[in-house]
Design a protein. Structure first.
Length: 475
């Protein structure tokens, strides 16, 4: 924990140039668990200088050298998986079972996916016209990651930097710095050259903006809110950086009457509640065919009543608290909005669960009889709140599903394979999960519309960190 008050720059834990700090609170207990240093633009300058110096040698390493280091990273990560899981339990309230199986597991899963992608990547090829195409590392990258999936998003950005021969400065969420600190220690243990990876903590308007504006950074990768993603894009525009964004979502989940209704509705409710609803691709709009609407409400109510809220330290499939008081208050205000707009409260509601006085725990909540123009149907709530909307037919379902500024993910429940493909093609989303199909490491992740630009994971996740060079006259 002593490294929380330092930054990792040039292969060493160094003292920040600013004395500003931020307390880190456990959302389940509201108690302080540490203090993190908050950087300034001069700290960013130091980190970028180290990354630029390291790029000269690291950018010309061979694919085999980089694969060797990735395997060393894998071994070092495996030794620290429990530390990562416990960090995310403490700093963001992820229940320990889920923290192990999903939050920490992402560090290994994405690494495997990127190793396979790097093995397949052609760094040089001869075109049909005789020219030679080269794929080269883009340069120094600025990486900004969120608090809701701390290591998942760090892995999706840092590993392709290491795989392609680029270098980076990471600004993790200042609210979840413990897991990021551990990951920096893991990279150091794996033996990466000094300056290839650097970490500076701080807030978005200061450190984030300094990264986005920095003239020596060639590429920015950001995950967070659409509002903040727009700010990163504006700041990066002056130096014509490449910018990739993974932003918000309001994912529809289309339930047709020909699916296994009991199974699929119950699974859909649980999927929305996963990570306490704090996932950008959570299926938070349940669109149900009118002919089975009443039955779906019955199943949803029965399922939500079985969703338990509990202590993150305890093993089990319960959900934990919301991330902090600000997020708790936002969820409460959105529940109030749903009530004011006339949605039917099927379960949950305002306040904390019965008997809970400490921690930012919210009631798992379902609104029925929602229309898609309501705020609870259009705005990303980022909490354990599901809205249920009836539809009449396939065209109606697709129209409602696509009627949102976002397009990160969509979910589809049907017993008809032809319908599944037909509807999936018409949904404006970067991923469509059919009958419970889950995300697989190595596949691209990203969205349409205001859900972002670019893709993370696998071959496409490497390509964002590569430049293309054409050699003429070599044949």
């Amino acid at each position: 924990m002593q490294n929380l008050t330092k930054f990792f720059i040039g292969g060493e834990w160094v003292k920040p140039l600013s004395s500003a700090t931020l307390p880190i609170l456990n959302p389940a207990t509201e108690e302080p668990i540490g203090t993190v240093a908050m950087g300034i633009s001069e700290d960013v300058d130091s980190a970028v200088k180290a990354a630029k110096a390291a790029f000269t040698a690291f950018s010309v390493t061979s694919k085999q050298e980089r694969l060797h280091l990735l395997y060393r990273l894998k071994a070092a990560t495996e030794r620290r998986l429990e530390d990562l899981a416990q960090a995310m339990r403490i700093e963001m309230g992820a229940p320990i079972t889920m923290a192990r199986s999903a939050q920490a597991d992402a560090a290994i899963g994405h690494l495997r996916g990127f190793i396979e992608a790097l093995q397949e990547l052609e760094e040089s090829k001869v075109l049909a016209n005789g020219d030679i195409l080269l794929r080269e590392p883009i340069g120094v990258c600025g990486l900004i990651t969120p608090w809701n999936w701390p290591i998942n998003q760090i892995a999706l950005k840092v590993i392709p930097v290491l795989a392609t021969g680029s270098t980076c400065v990471l600004k993790p969420s200042e609210h979840t710095p413990i897991s990021a600190m551990i990951y920096a220690e893991i990279i150091d243990e794996a033996g990466y050259p000094p300056g290839v990876f650097n970490l500076v903590n701080g807030d978005g308007p200061t450190v984030g903006a300094a990264l986005s504006r920095h003239p020596e950074i060639q590429m920015m990768s950001f995950t967070g809110s659409t509002r903040a993603g727009i700010a990163v894009t504006h700041d990066a525009a002056e130096t014509v950086k490449r910018v990739t964004l993974e932003l918000g979502g309001k994912s529809p989940n289309l339930v047709f009457s020909d699916c296994k209704l009991e199974e699929r509705v119950a699974a859909s409710v649980r999927e929305c509640m996963f990570n306490t609803g704090q996932s950008c691709d959570a299926p938070s709009r349940l669109l149900v065919e009118r002919s089975c609407y009443d039955e779906a409400l019955r199943i949803a109510k029965l399922t939500i009543d079985s969703v338990k809220v509990g202590d993150p330290e305890q093993t089990g499939d319960h959900i934990g608290p919301l991330f902090d008081k600000i997020q708790f208050d936002r969820v409460q205000s959105m529940i109030e909005a749903g009530l004011a707009e006339g949605a039917t409260l099927l379960a949950g509601g305002l306040g904390k669960p019965d008997g809970v006085t400490t921690g930012w725990f919210a009631k798992p909540t379902i609104f029925a009889d929602v229309s898609n123009h309501m705020r609870v149907a259009q705005e990303e709530i980022f909490g354990p709140v599901l809205v249920i909307i009836p539809f009449d037919d396939e065209d109606d379902a697709i129209a409602i599903a696509n009627d949102t500024p976002y397009g990160l993910a969509a979910y589809l429940q049907t017993g008809d394979p032809e319908r599944a493909l037909r509807v999936a093609k018409r949904l404006r989303a970067g991923a469509v999960h059919i009958n419970g199909g889950g995300f697989n490491y190595g596949s691209p992740f990203g969205g349409y519309k205001q859900s972002g630009n670019g893709r993370e994971g696998g071959i496409m996740g490497l390509e964002d960190y590569l430049e293309t060079k054409t050699l003429h006259g070599m044949s």
